[in-house]
Write a protein that binds this ligand. Sequence first.
Ligand code: NA7
Length: 549
Amino acid sequence: MHDVLILGAGLSGLYSLYSIRKRFPSWRVKALEAGGDVGGTWYWNSYPGCRIDTESLSYCFSFDKELLEEWDWKEQFATQAETHNYVKHVAQKHDLYKDIQFNTRIKSACWDQAQRYWTFIDEAGEQHKTRFFVSCLGFLSSPTLPDIPGIRDFAGDAFHTSRWPAHLDLSRDFANKRIGVIGTGATGIQTITAVSKEPSIKSLTVFQRTANWSAPLHNSEITPEEMTKHKAGYDNLFARCAETPTCFLHAADPRKSLDISKDERHALWEKLYSEPGFAKWLGVFSDTYTNREANKLYSDFMAEKIRQRVHDAAVADSLIPKNHGFGTRRVPLESGYFEAYNRSNVHLVDLQKTPVEQVTPSGIRTSDGVDHELDILIFATGFDAITGAFNAIDWHAKEDRPLTSTEDSPRAEHAIWVDQRPRTFLGLTVPSMPNMFMVLGPHQPFGNATRSIEHAVEVITNMLDYCEEHDYTYVEPTEEAVDEWTDHVIECGKASVLINEVDSWMTGINKNVKGKTVRSVVRYSGSAIEYRRRCQECKESGYKGLTFS
Ligand code: NA7
């Protein structure tokens, strides 16, 4: 029997393990991880071109001054390999490996109300019993394949970007091959750019269902001299993150687009376009995502940038989104994405004009009868986001209730999250799921993920502290607190008018997942500042909203 089990050993799981072990040295604490190493997102996503698009300096852990001092970032936006090495270094430095069981994927979870403990069963049939658990399952960790007829018939190599074969070498294995990529989200855009630059490929065909707005990352190397300066500035940098609504370094310009002249508007937009990182998404005028006309003006500016970069006018037109404005979906940052289409061996298939009909053994057939012959097919088709990792576990909570409902489950009518609509208290606890805590679960502010993780883990550790102090072995949110918080999350969502009317994983949509075709509020879009205030208020009230015994 464990005191605390941690599900996952990505950034959330590692910091939970570190903090809980440190605060409760005598507790039996362990992390269970499906992968073969630590890292979560940075372990699984090793596709070509994968790199972070949050500044690594603002994304890294802030809790350990010595770690900040000893780690030298080589690029402003580190590659997957560099980021993964960093995460492994953190685990080694704090001796976390010894308490992590790898290659352990949880299949089911069962709550024993009489004895007050959870039993988790993994795919190998091993049982893991625990008083409390912290879910660190990741909000983009459950990959989804497209729902296309014939998908299993393809005779060549086919894989999802987050299951990239470890042995694959681009210059060797892609040489003279015809590559196909389905999907043009953040992952697809990075993959397409990297594969297009590989000189040995024969061709690259991109199957685009929805064009996505994308803008330059502007990555650069960090010299040792610069890194020394950055180290001296970490405190200021993290303090700045704490002042912005999303914990990124970028915050909106308070001016309104329509209150100023065209020249003033363009001056800011041009400046943002030439700056690194999310500035061009988050540093815009304050009305960009609330005022349709303001958003249209900015979108037109971005559309013109695409036209300037893509030689073929028809291709450029296909690459300009028509059904959503700039920034209303997660903006992928690119490093030469649009120029990829200027290469003679890169082809764009606009699925709005010619939808996919089926996958055949030799490639993809579109509605115009064309067979696009392929040797390798890459699915950059995203994830069953936010609730997906929970959907993959068979939950038996209090009174044997399942956590989520799927059409296939006979217990669906008793589900805690009916129709994939989360109900939580502070995005940290769930009704009828006693002794459960979540990091980066539904209803938490995502933004700069590591900043959110550090805060959530601190709040959870304090709650556990409270349990220990009072000898409580049971904690669950009250229905009243859950209703109030869930209503507040939904209310906050209404403020992001333009974002809420667009289909994306941020609004709970994944057309490849049953039950995810209707938009829902799955993340907290009030500011991280307000979120922290509410968590603090909860603590100061003696955890009003939670029932202990
Ligand atoms: P996303 O952003 O969900 O993108 C998935 C892409 O796959 C998107 O372009 C989808 O088109 C496309 N897709 C999915 N199913 C199909 C089918 N059936 N046919 C054609 N195209 C399809 O996932 P990512 O992995 O790129 O990024 C996820 C997050 O990870 C990202 O936001 C970062 O925060 C990190 P659609 O738009 O649905 O028409």
